[in-house]
Write a protein that binds this ligand. Structure first.
Ligand code: ADP
Ligand code: ZN
Length: 220
């Protein structure tokens, strides 16, 4: 039983890489951002609690995040291999993750740190478009859909996330850099951190992450 974490700034390519790696390596993709957006869309109690924070580009409190993640892990088949995307974001979340993984007997094998310069992150976030129906990621310049505004995969409508406005992006990037140093130090110390330069294209990034996992024996 194993788990990996995709760690990186907003715009570093976690979601895009995750989509491709999930299919290639059979991980169960656990994206707290996607789960939160779904909860908001479904107007659940949890969604209502999280919405304001997300809109402001702030972190959703750890308690709410853990309710989400514990729910997924509890329902997952015992042989599941997890790929966490956008989680953990705080030391508190990382502590809780250690606890729940230990309970399941699941080993945290690799933390893939997707690293890209600030200007790349900005350009990616402002041009990002997402399918309302299936959640696929596109970019108006880097990864344009065949037909503007329409998802290649399912024909759904593409939209821009409300937190992808320039003001909110700036605050998300700031929150990210404050919170991440501790996580990078923690996982470096444990010898599980693998850094990947993520300023390349989506396919190349996925290929590089997969080769890091293969070299380390996690994607067999
Ligand atoms: P990005 O990495 O591009 O910011 P996400 O989809 O991962 O996008 O997250 C969107 C928003 O959801 C975050 O700005 C934050 O408000 C909330 N969020 C997602 N995951 C977490 C988490 N693990 N802890 C706290 N807040 C989170
Ligand atoms: Zn779609």
């Amino acid at each position: 039983m194993k788990a990996i974490i995709l760690l990186g700034a907003p715009g570093a390519g976690k979601g895009t890489a995750a989509e491709r790696i999930r299919d290639a390596a059979g991980f169960m993709h656990v994206s707290t951002g996607d789960m939160l957006r779904e909860a908001v869309k479904q107007s659940t109690i949890l969604g209502g609690e999280a919405e304001g924070y997300m809109h402001r580009g702030e972190l959703v409190p750890d308690k709410i995040i853990m309710r989400l993640v514990e729910g997924v892990l509890k329902d997952a088949p015992s042989h599941s291999e997890f790929m966490f995307d956008g989680f953990p974001r705080t030391i508190g979340q990382a502590d809780l993750l250690d606890e729940v993984l230990a309970k399941r007997g699941t080993k945290l094998e690799h933390v893939i740190f997707l690293d890209a310069p600030q200007r790349v992150l900005m350009q990616r976030l402002t041009g990002r478009r997402i399918c309302r129906a299936c959640g696929a990621n596109f970019h108006i310049n880097n990864l344009p859909p065949r037909q503007p505004g329409i998802c290649d995969r399912c024909g759904g409508e593409l939209y821009q996330r409300p937190d992808d406005s320039e003001a909110t992006i700036a605050s998300r990037l700031q929150v990210y850099s404050q919170m991440t140093e501790g996580l990078i130090a923690r996982y470096t110390q444990r010898g599980v951190l693998r850094r990947v330069d993520s300023s390349c294209g989506a396919d190349q990034l996925a290929a590089e992450v997969l080769s890091v996992l293969k070299a380390a024996g996690a994607a067999d």
